[in-house]
Design a binder for this molecule. Structure first.
Ligand code: AMP
Ligand code: MG
Length: 398
C-alpha cells in the first residue's frame, strides 16, 4: 500500500496544464487566471473625486460663510471652478472641480438662504479620493493564484479590462460501474441501489474547477467496462470511474486499465478508500475510485481535487487546514491514515471536533453533515478523546 504522500506525488507527476482561453468578466467567476498579473492601463480612479455628497471648497476658506456657485454630479464632464470665497455642491463620485481641495459633507453645512452656506474647518484632501488612489497607471496588479473572486473581478473591471485569460476547465469523464446501479429518480428493482457517485463526483468536479461529463453507468462486464473506459479517456482530460476496483470477482476496472493502458498503483493506506487505482489510457490520466460513496468522495477530495487543480495551475487542495481537539474517541484501522468525518466548532481552547455521524464508508449522511475531515495517522488504532489532530475544512464553520 502506498502512503497518501507517495500516491499524491505519483498523481501530480502526471499533471498537464490546460491551455488558456479568453472569457468575459461575466463568465470569469470561479475560473482560474492563466496570467499572474495585469498591468494597469489607467489610473483608478481616473480623476480626483468626492467620497461624499457635500460642498467642494478651498480648505483655506473654512471655517466661514461661502457662496454656493454651482453643482457637480457624478459623470459630469465640464466643471465650474471654485474661486476663493465660493463653494460648489458635489455628489459622491463627481470630479473635484478646479480650485477645490476638500469636501465638507452636506449635513455639516448650515444653509443661509438659498445660495450661501456656513461651513466648519477642514483640511486639504479631506473626503477627496485622489486620482490613482486604488491603482496607478502602469502598476502591476497581481492576481491571486486561486479561482477569481468577485473582488478580483471588480478590480479587473475597474481597470477597464473586459476579458481575462483563464485556464480551460479540465473535462472530466465520470463513469459509475456496477450491476446494482439504478438512476436517481427511477424506482429500484430487487437488489438495486441508486447511483450516488455519478452525480456526487460531477458536483465535486465542478467544485474543484473542472467540467464533468457523465457517461452512462456500465455493468460489471469486462468488455463493457473496457469500451467505456476507452471512450471516456479518449473524450476527456481525465477519466474518473467508481466501483469495481477491489478484489471481488466482479471488479474489472483495475484489470481493464492494465489491459488498455498503464496502471501506476492501486492501493493506498487511507481510510476510507484503500482500493484506488491510478493509471493512464492513451496518455490520459485515469482514476478508479472505490464504489462506496463516502470512499469515492473522500478519495476524490484527497487525490483527484489536487490533480484537477494542478491542471489549472493551482497548488495544493485550496482548503483551510487547522488543528482541532477531538471531543470523543473515534476508532479506525491502525494500518491506514484515517480521514474522519467530523464537525469542527469553536471550543474553549481552540477548535473542537466531534463525530458527524457513523463513520461507515456507505454512511453518506455523516459526510454531508461534516464540515471537516480529521486526519488520524497510520499506527494509531483510534483518534483519542482530548488529543489534537490536523483537519481539512471542507465547508464553513457555523
Ligand atoms: P465496489 O467498489 O464496486 O466493490 O462497490 C463497493 C460498494 O459501493 C458496494 O456496496 C456498491 O454497491 C457500492 N457502490 C458502487 N458504486 C456505487 C454508486 N455509483 N453509487 C452508490 N453506491 C455504489
Ligand atoms: Mg461493484
Amino acid at each position: 500500500m502506498l502512503s497518501v504522500e507517495e500516491a499524491r506525488d505519483r498523481i501530480l507527476s502526471r499533471v498537464r496544464l490546460t491551455e488558456p482561453e479568453q472569457v468575459s468578466l461575466e463568465e470569469a467567476t470561479g475560473r482560474t487566471p492563466a496570467v499572474a498579473s495585469v498591468t494597469a492601463a489607467v489610473d483608478v480612479p481616473p480623476f480626483a473625486n468626492s467620497s461624499m455628497d457635500g460642498f467642494a471648497l478651498r480648505s483655506a476658506d473654512a471655517p466661514g460663510e461661502l457662496s454656493v456657485v454651482g453643482e457637480v454630479a457624478a459623470g459630469v464632464g465640464s466643471l465650474p471652478s471654485v474661486e476663493p470665497g465660493t463653494t460648489v455642491r458635489i455628489m459622491t463620485g463627481a470630479p473635484l472641480p478646479p480650485g477645490a481641495d476638500a469636501v465638507i459633507p452636506l449635513e455639516q453645512g448650515e444653509l443661509i438662504g438659498t445660495d450661501r452656506v456656513r461651513l466648519p474647518s477642514t483640511e486639504v484632501g479631506v473626503n477627496v479620493r485622489a486620482r490613482g488612489h486604488d491603482t496607478r497607471r502602469g502598476e502591476r496588479v497581481e492576481l491571486p493564484a486561486e479561482p477569481l473572486s468577485s473582488a478580483t473581478i471588480a478590480v479587473l473591471a475597474s481597470l477597464g479590462i473586459g476579458q481575462i485569460a483563464v485556464r480551460r476547465r479540465p473535462l472530466v469523464a465520470i463513469l459509475s460501474t456496477g450491476d446494482e446501479l439504478a438512476t436517481p429518480g427511477e424506482p429500484l428493482r430487487a437488489g438495486q441501489i441508486h447511483d450516488a457517485n455519478s452525480v456526487s463526483l460531477a458536483a465535486a468536479v465542478r467544485e474543484a474547477g473542472g467540467e464533468p461529463m457523465l457517461l452512462p453507468p456500465v455493468r460489471d462486464e469486462p468488455a463493457a467496462i473496457e469500451a467505456a473506459l476507452r471512450a471516456g479517456a479518449g473524450a476527456a482530460d481525465l477519466l474518473v470511474a467508481s466501483g469495481g476496483v477491489s478484489v471481488g470477482r466482479h471488479d474489472h476496472v483495475r484489470t481493464a486499465i492494465e489491459r488498455l493502458g498503464e496502471l501506476a498503483f492501486w492501493r493506498i493506506a487511507v481510510q476510507p478508500g484503500k482500493p484506488l487505482a491510478f493509471g493512464s489510457i492513451g496518455g490520459r490520466p485515469v482514476v478508479g475510485l472505490p464504489g462506496n460513496p463516502v470512499s469515492a468522495l473522500v478519495t476524490f477530495e484527497l487525490f483527484v481535487r489536487i490533480l484537477l487543480r494542478g491542471m489549472l495551475g493551482l497548488v495544493g487542495d485550496g482548503r483551510i487546514h487547522l488543528s482541532a481537539r477531538l471531543a470523543e474517541t473515534m476508532h479506525k484501522d491502525r494500518e491506514r491514515r484515517a480521514y474522519l468525518r467530523v464537525i469542527v466548532e469553536p471550543g474553549p481552547d481552540g477548535w473542537l471536533a466531534r463525530a458527524a455521524g457513523g463513520q461507515g464508508s456507505a454512511q453518506l449522511r455523516a459526510l454531508a453533515a461534516a464540515n471537516a475531515l480529521m486526519i488520524v495517522p497510520e499506527g494509531e488504532a483510534a483518534g483519542e478523546a482530548g488529543a489534537r489532530y490536523d483537519a481539512i475544512l471542507l465547508r464553513g464553520v457555523s
